[in-house]
Write a protein that binds this ligand. Structure first.
Ligand code: SAJ
Length: 426
């Protein structure tokens, strides 16, 4: 029996693990397509810039046929589009990568084929953006001649537990009668539950509401952090205690801000899409406003700390530790650290940046070099190396003020050592 040909378009943190999982099953003739020459040549040498250990190991064991040549799309049975959906400056979704991938697919689309979109899109995008491109360029009719499916990706970068194999998936199709067929395709190489939903819009909406849920809940604790700081109550300890409620509560944590190209972005998609239906998402907008205000709040905490330490602005030398949007990840997209740095510079603070994963964006080669040059620090990303900072080490370097933007350091020891310590909500 000839194996079905599958092409994964976009070999990033979503497409690469997926391609490897399909390859590992040995059930399909799998190819990877990416427009980035460097990425493809790395993959051909069984290497990847992704920090994911499992992906690094499996790429060696299950090498992929990867290329930048779009003619690889010829005679394909299942096309899987896993390209980014960045946000524009006006906060509307930028679907150019999805449109360009759809155009490439359309050129090679044949009767009976299935096109799966994994990229995060707002409700209606498959039918309003992707389908017209596929039909126009191929002359085929979606639903009848080919199926269009949405199976939103849920990869959580840097997560040691949840991965492409065990994260449950939702899947919906234009041709609902063929949804089980493509769901069974996913079941053939993943262990997780594949849940068939009734149409494309429901599938698109699941991912958007998951991430908006997270943004709202983070905004909730970020607002609490500001009131609890004013009241002098430790919010982090309060949340930890509330978390032992076995039902009806789910902890989220205050911090210096919400970054990444998912949580910080997806709610804007829904806001924009609902506006077309004349609905104004006030709560979603307020949550975005609160979360976007946290870098400013973090700088306010620094100014309070410097005042208490008797250090005036021109004598302050501030190390911003951590540039990536979250720990153990190499990704600056929408990172609150960037906002903190630009706010500090606008206020004429002397700033030293350091991130062990992003030395090209750092002002020193090592953490020690950064600490020697400063008298105050803002911990903006709780990378392992940074959250292990010890009070005595900071004291030795003459650090007088510590702003713990991720509540990741040992507050008691910092305070005991005489350092002016301020967290976010503690
Ligand atoms: N953050 C907080 N407080 C929290 C949780 C997160 O301030 O309680 C901040 C983080 O520091 C980070 C940002 O929010 O800057 C986003 O954090 P994240 O853990 O959601 O990171 P993402 O965007 O890489 O991962 C999310 C997935 N996260 C989880 O489900 C835990 C999930 O929403 C999606 O699978 C994925 O993005 C995606 O691709 O949408």
């Amino acid at each position: 029996m000839k194996k079905q040909k599958v092409v994964v378009i976009g070999l990033g943190y979503v497409g690469l693990p997926l391609a490897i999982a399909i390859q590992k099953s040995r059930k399909y003739d799998l190819f990877g397509l990416d427009r980035n020459e460097q990425n493809v040549s790395d993959i051909k040498r069984k290497k990847t810039r992704l920090e994911d250990i499992r992906v690094k190991e499996e790429l060696k064991k299950y090498p992929l046929k990867a290329t930048t040549d779009k003619s690889v799309l010829k005679d394909t049975d299942i096309f899987i589009i896993a390209v980014p959906t960045p946000v524009r400056n006006d906060k509307s979704p930028d679907y150019r990568p999805v449109k360009s991938a759809s155009k490439s697919v359309a050129k090679y689309l044949r009767r009976g084929a299935t096109v799966v979109l994994e990229s995060t899109v707002n409700p209606g995008t498959c039918e309003e953006v992707v389908l017209p491109i596929l039909e126009e360029k191929s002359g085929l009719t979606g639903g009848r001649d080919f199926n269009l499916t949405h199976c939103p990706e849920r990869i959580n970068p840097g997560d040691p537990k949840w991965n492409v194999y065990n994260i449950p998936r939702n899947i919906g199709s234009l041709n609902q009668r063929r949804n089980k067929e493509i769901a069974n395709f996913y079941r053939s190489f993943l262990r997780a539950r594949i849940n068939e939903v009734s149409n494309l819009k429901v599938a698109e909406s699941t991912k958007i509401i998951e991430n908006a849920f997270r943004d709202i809940n983070i905004a909730y604790v970020n607002e609490l952090a500001q009131s609890f700081d004013a009241m002098g109550i430790d919010l982090v300890e309060t949340i930890e205690a509330a978390s032992n409620k076995p039902f009806g509560y789910m902890p989220h944590w205050p911090g210096a801000g919400v970054g990444g190209h998912c949580i910080a972005v997806d709610p804007y998609y829904l806001i924009k899409r609902a506006e077309k239906a004349n609905f104004n998402h006030k709560l979603l907008k307020m949550a975005r406003k609160v979360n976007n205000s946290m870098p400013e709040y973090t700088v306010e905490r620094l100014k309070q700390g410097l005042r208490e330490a008797g250090i005036n602005k021109q004598d302050a030398k501030v190390a911003v530790l951590g540039m990536s949007y979250k720990p153990e990840v190499v990704d600056l997209r929408e990172s609150p650290s960037l906002d903190i740095i630009s706010i500090l510079k606008k206020k004429n603070f002397k700033v030293i940046r350091f991130d062990p994963y992003l030395l090209e964006y750092s002002d020193t080669k090592t953490l020690n070099q950064a600490l020697i040059k400063t008298n105050s620090i803002i911990l903006a990303t709780a990378h392992k190396q940074l959250r292990n900072l010890k009070a005595e080490e900071l004291k030795k370097h003459g650090i007088k003020v510590v702003i713990d933007g991720r509540n990741a350091l040992n507050k008691q020891k910092m305070v005991k050592s005489g350092i002016i310590y301020k967290g976010i909500g503690r």
